[in-house]
Design a protein around this ligand. Sequence first.
Ligand SMILES: Cc1ncc(C[n+]2csc(CCOP(=O)(O)OP(=O)(O)O)c2C)c(N)n1
Ligand SMILES: [Mg+2]
Length: 347
Amino acid sequence: MSTITTARPSTHLNEQTLREMFWVMLLSRRLDERSWALHRQGKIAFHISGMGHEAAQVGSAFALNRGVDYTHPYYRDLALSLAMGLTPTDFMLSLFGKAGEPSSGARQMPSHFGSKRLNIVSGSAPVATQVPQAAGLAFAIKYKQTTGLVDPNDATQPRVALTSLGEGATSQGEWHEGMNWAGVHKLPFICLVQNNIYAISVPIESQMAVANVADRATAYGVTGVVVDGNDLLAVYDVMVEAVERAYAGEGATLVEAKTYRPVPHSSDDDDRSYRSRAEVEEWKQKDPINRFRDYLIAETILSPAQLDDYEHRARAEVDQAQAAAEATPDPAPEAALGDIYAPSEAV
Ligand SMILES: Cc1ncc(C[n+]2csc(CCOP(=O)(O)OP(=O)(O)O)c2C)c(N)n1
Ligand SMILES: [Mg+2]
């Protein structure tokens, strides 16, 4: 296990960046809440939420070279994808399945985030399939650098691939294969496990016989770190170390962010059948956004008036995104036969 050895990188973040991190978390939460409401109003067919995971995701994203490094997210990564540059309208287009949706041209379920422009690679629905794919991306990054195709220090080139998944998905064979590959080839690769202690209704004790997912890192020859996933700056600190390790050619990192999902698994789940309300309430007290908000206010980095302004702006952005998506036409039926990233003639 690695620990932070140098001064915490987050102590160097300026106030504007701290506020920006808060803003992305808040925007993600408000967008997510609206998505649940739209589902209950019968306006959209499905929603799967990132609520509760925002600190793990935004802390990770801000440690990357955003828009340049690769991310290969999973369905909870709304806040991560927004931090990488996806817009609320992009997300709303996916919820409504409208034309111009950037991940898949509205073919995929919502929350299968993807953007060629932002180097966000869209995943498949079977969990953990993104892990060997992201390890392959990391292999390509290293191959290009070591064969002189790109300069390893060129900040305009991707230098790390980050993927994320839940703790339950680490039971899949793909996860082990991807981790092993990353270890063998000492790849510029980060695997972020967002451990919310449930895989739908299956609790972690039924999923694994070790205390931490990151305990397995040694077996793959990668660095393993456990972090409080509800502590934004703690996540940022371990991620900066992981990114620097990757950039320096020192290999892969498995970061396990311990967190919780305070809402059902998806719009089709009823979590009352497998966990107590008392447990959910206890975790809500540790909400990552409230925690960071209280910190910013206590440190006078954010004033109550600024907070109000952020809330108004977040609501306005969500309103605008929803209106834009609702006003957008459905894709033409024949568009389902076309390709996603490039027209057929160009392939
Ligand atoms: C291979 C495969 N099996 C089952 C499913 C159905 N499924 C979707 S999400 C999920 C739970 C995954 O739990 P975890 O990895 O802990 O992530 P979380 O949803 O808790 O963030 C399951 C079983 C799937 N998508 N793919
Ligand atoms: Mg889980």
